[in-house]
Design a protein around this ligand. Structure first.
Ligand SMILES: [Zn+2]
Length: 464
């Protein structure tokens, strides 16, 4: 008899045929069905067979099919007919349980087409397995609710999506398919321990603000500096374009050439650029004023308190000439409408590290996603274990000799203590080896979500 190349103890291998691309393994269950599943009677008679083929894990680079002559049986006691029991097979999918599980895991890293090619399973089935797998992960993978939550817009697969993050840990905790009030509100409402959220940083998007105010009424909304000063840059751009119209052709070209100087912060200009800027300001005072207003607006963010910031803003606002005002109208309107939330920043600033991470993520995100739906992409990002902050990577391939020592809460933010995180208390019964093992540890380890710097690195390396 051929050796059990399937490595499935529940089946006896009867025959193995090998072709260029496939293994065809004929097998039968070791345990015969001996009682009726309906009435438990053991008076069964044979009622024919039907040949079934179940796909299994690819082996030696070949597709594997398990051929089974499944017995039909009839119960003499209750008269019902049924098929013999086939352990470890997913009969709805016509494959082994282990193949279904493997496909689910692999589909996070690979395209459905390549999996279909390798296993011989049709793509539609792979898509269904993936969906079930993701649903199961949703139930088991639980990210910690952030104390400092970010709600940001990122274009993913041609649409603005909503990225929910943990600002202190620099992680993503979810991605929503759009930024509607309803979508955001539903998400926040379903979130476990949502009262843990104390601060929500966002851009100036009213539907988001409405959702947060409705579901998290006690959370403080903060508008990050980057979103506000960006509008000062935009105003400068509008002024440049507006004033350009009045220039003779030669100066128009020159202004086109020097537009980067106008966008730069004053402190970042080199000597030549500073000279260029002075030239423009002297010859075209309106342009000089727009630049000054842009720079002075940045200056508001040097304030130490909300009151100081408000004083600086009022002084800034009071100094705008009628000629330049229209270019800064959007910024003034935004500041007026969002004033309280913009000023909250001065009491509760968002970390630069997070703002930078997010900008980097926006930069690389469009490389991700070719050939995937948003749902598949979201699952890839959220459930790829290698990305999880504070979860253990797959262990090295090695024999275990001694129990590994328990690592104590590495990489936690400095201020982690104080929001109820990591009292990584020692297990009282230090004597037994089970208390050390990775499983025990994983259970106590909190998962903060998808580490954004690692995600960026993996996207750039083409590993996701
Ligand atoms: Zn029966």
């Amino acid at each position: 008899m051929p050796a059990n190349i399937l490595n499935l103890q529940q089946y006896r291998v009867l025959r193995v045929e090998e072709t260029d691309h496939d293994y065809h393994v004929t097998a039968e269950p070791v345990d015969a069905t001996s009682s009726c599943p309906h009435c438990q009677s053991d008076r069964l008679t044979s009622w024919g067979t039907r040949e079934q083929v179940f796909k299994d894990m690819p082996m030696h680079g070949k597709r594997v099919g398990i051929h089974i002559d499944t017995k039909r049986l009839r119960c003499q006691a209750c008269g019902k007919t049924f098929s013999q029991a086939l352990p470890v097979l997913a009969e709805n999918r016509m494959m082994t349980d282990r193949l279904a599980k493997w496909i689910g895991q692999q589909a996070l890293k690979r395209t459905f087409t390549s999996l279909a090619d390798e296993t011989g399973v049709v793509e539609g089935t792979i898509r269904n397995i993936f969906r079930d797998y993701v649903n199961a992960l949703e139930r088991t993978v639980r990210f910690e609710t952030p104390k400092w939550m970010g709600i940001d817009e990122i274009h993913i697969i041609n649409k603005p999506r909503c990225v929910i993050s943990n600002i202190q840990n620099d992680t993503i905790v979810d991605m929503l398919h759009n930024r509607n009030k309803d979508t955001v509100a539903k998400y926040l409402f379903k979130m476990q321990n949502r009262d843990k959220v104390q601060y929500v940083a966002m851009d100036m998007w009213t539907p988001c603000r409405d959702a947060v105010s409705a579901v998290l009424p006690d959370a403080t909304i903060v508008i990050d500096k980057s979103h506000v000063v960006r509008m000062a840059n935009d105003a400068m751009e509008k002024a440049r374009k507006g004033l350009r119209a009045e220039l003779p052709p030669k100066q128009k070209r020159g202004l086109m050439h020097d537009r980067f100087v106008l966008m730069k912060r004053e402190c970042a200009l080199n000597e030549q650029e500073r000279l260029n800027l002075d030239g423009w300001a002297k010859n075209y005072p309106a342009l000089g004023e727009a630049y000054r207003l842009k720079e002075d607006f940045y200056g508001i963010y040097e304030a130490g308190t909300p009151e100081d910031a408000m004083r600086r803003y009022e002084a800034w606002h009071g100094g705008i000439s009628t000629e330049i005002r229209p270019y800064f109208a959007d910024l003034i309107r935004a500041f007026t409408n969002w004033q309280a939330f913009i000023l909250n920043y001065f009491d509760h600033p968002v970390t630069n590290a997070y703002t930078e991470s997010l900008n980097n993520l926006i930069r690389v995100m469009n490389r991700l996603g070719r050939g995937y739906s948003f749902e598949a992409l979201r699952a890839k990002v959220l459930f790829t274990e290698a990305l999880h902050s504070h979860e253990h990577k797959r262990p090295r391939f090695e024999r275990k000799r001694e129990p590994e020592p328990v690592e104590m809460g590495h990489g936690l933010p400095d201020d982690a203590i104080g929001y109820g995180v990591p009292v990584m208390e020692k297990v009282p019964s230090m004597g037994s080896p089970e208390t050390y093992g990775p499983h025990k540890h994983e259970k106590r380890d909190k998962n903060y979500g998808v580490d954004i710097p690692t995600l960026i690195r993996m996207i750039e390396a083409g590993e996701i």
